[in-house]
Write a protein that binds this ligand. Structure first.
Ligand SMILES: Nc1ncnc2c1ncn2[C@@H]1O[C@H](COP(=O)(O)OP(=O)(O)O)[C@@H](O)[C@H]1O
Ligand SMILES: O=C(O)C1=C[C@@H](OP(=O)(O)O)[C@@H](O)[C@H](O)C1
Ligand SMILES: [Mg+2]
Length: 176
C-alpha cells in the first residue's frame, strides 16, 4: 500500500488544505501527519513542542510518517519539517512526492501570526525566511514533482497537481 501522493513543503504552502481537495477530487481519504501525531500523543503539536521539546515531536512525527507511508493509500500531507529526518527521506524514495513551493510573501500572509506553529514564534517573517533558506534544497531533493502555489488558490493548486499526476499516468512517465 502506498499513498497516491505525498505533499511536502514549508509551513503555509497549503499541504493540509490541498491534500483534502485532492482527496475529494479522487474520491480517496486525506491523512495528515500532524493530525496523526496529535491523535497518538493526545496533545496539540504546539503543546508537544513547548512541554516536551522539538526532538520529542520529531520522533513522534517520524513514526507517524513511517506508519502512514506503509498503511495509507489516499493523499498524505506531511508537516513542513518531516523531511529533516534522513530516515524519512529514505522512506520517501519510490513514492510520488509533490513539493508545494511557496515564496516568503505568500507564506507570511497564509500563516498569519503563526498561532499553532511553534517554530514561528517571534518574528514570523524572519523565521519563515530562515526555514525556506535551510529547507528548500531538501524539499527539492525529496520531490518527484514541484508545484508553485504563489498567487494561486488551493483549488488551482490541487488542479495542477491532478493534471501533473494524471498526465504522468497517461504519458506513462513522470515529469519533474
Ligand atoms: N494557495 C493558497 N492560497 C491562499 N491561502 C492558502 C492557500 N493554501 C492554503 N492556504 C491557507 O493558508 C493557511 C495554511 O494552509 P495549510 O494547508 O495549513 O498549510 P500547510 O499545511 O502547508 O502548513 C490556511 O489558512 C489555508 O486556508
Ligand atoms: O515546518 C515545521 O517544522 C513544522 C510544520 C508544521 O506543519 P505544517 O507544515 O503543516 O504547518 C508542524 O508540523 C510543526 O509546527 C512544525
Ligand atoms: Mg499542514
Amino acid at each position: 500500500m502506498s499513498p497516491r501522493v505525498v505533499l511536502i513543503g514549508p509551513m503555509g504552502a497549503g499541504k493540509t488544505t490541498v491534500a483534502r481537495l485532492l482527496a475529494d477530487s479522487w474520491g480517496v481519504t486525506a491523512r495528515d501527519t500532524d493530525d496523526d501525531v496529535e491523535t497518538a500523543d493526545g496533545r496539540e503539536v504546539s503543546e508537544i513542542f513547548v512541554d516536551s521539546g522539538e526532538a520529542h515531536f520529531r520522533a513522534l512525527e517520524s513514526a507517524a510518517v513511517a506508519d502512514a507511508l506503509a498503511t495509507h493509500d489516499g493523499v498524505l500531507s506531511l508537516g513542513g519539517g518531516a523531511v529533516l529526518d534522513p530516515e524519512t527521506r529514505t522512506l520517501l524514495e519510490g513514492h510520488t512526492v509533490v513539493f508545494l513551493r511557496v515564496g516568503l510573501a505568500d507564506a507570511v500572509k497564509r500563516v498569519g501570526l503563526g498561532i499553532g506553529r511553534p517554530l514561528l514564534l517571534g518574528n514570523v517573517r524572519s523565521r519563515i525566511k530562515a526555514l525556506l533558506d535551510e529547507r528548500t534544497p531538501i524539499y527539492e531533493a525529496a520531490a518527484t514533482h514541484v508545484v508553485d502555489t504563489d498567487g494561486r488558490t488551493p483549488d488551482e493548486v490541487a488542479a495542477e497537481v491532478v493534471a501533473r499526476l494524471d498526465g504522468a499516468d497517461i504519458d506513462g512517465g513522470v515529469t519533474p
